[in-house]
Design a protein around this ligand. Sequence first.
Ligand code: ADP
Ligand code: UDP
Length: 237
Amino acid sequence: MEKREQLYEGKAKKVYATDDPELLIVSYKDDATAFNGQKRGTIVGKGVINNRMSNMLMQMLEKAGIPTHYVEEINERDTIVKKVSIVPLEVIIRNIAAGSFSKRYGVEEGVVFDTPTIEFSYKSDALDDPLMNSYHAIAMKLATPEEIETIKKYAFAVNEQLKAFWKEAGVTLVDFKLEFGRLSDGTIVLADEISPDTCRFWDSETGEKLDKDRFRRDMGGVEDAYAEIMKRLSEHL
Ligand code: ADP
Ligand code: UDP
């Protein structure tokens, strides 16, 4: 399968058409952005790691009964995926307070929740991805009530699978962002990516950050952190 026209260039990936109208090729870049594109940089090797990690994790989730867009990895940066119409919501699951949750509610980073939380942000760069509840999403016809229920069910199931996997690898899954989409028949599937760009990973022993926070917060050791989290994945598959 080959790339045809480029349909979209995002902050972290390019999306190409293929000869099959139901399939796309996503190509992972080393470009990194944060704070809605205000901070820009390059993380050398990131695209290769995010492509591999996302594909490995999505295959694991498929085995656990969660439908995803993953079809086939064709080289170290490019993957064939099922084309979806993206539900314009960022679905965020949290196990531990961090990032915008800590800032918004004045809760120290690292506070462990008894039960995971879910929240939605409206995917809109122009509006800076505002927080949105499910009633707002339904009122704006971004998703139906049934789709919201399906998305919530899958998002919590993804959390249980990933949390257990990463625990074995000595990594605490703090929080993460998912995107879902509709196939041409309306079926909801997990799309986009699952990677150190979209998850917070803390070393279970040392608490060391092994994710994009090292870039966001100018902590240094960004490439090493991506390599380390990829190594943990490979060793524990
Ligand atoms: P952004 O758009 O936020 O800059 P990316 O650089 O990751 O993000 O671009 C990838 C784009 O492709 C995103 O807009 C994402 O919603 C979209 N996308 C991810 N998976 C699929 C899919 N299976 N079908 C269609 N679009 C997808
Ligand atoms: N996240 C993401 N894309 C976004 C916003 C958040 O992938 O546009 C991820 C982020 O990596 C973290 C989780 O979602 O794992 C929660 O992020 P948070 O709301 O704390 O926002 P941030 O601290 O990134 O502003």
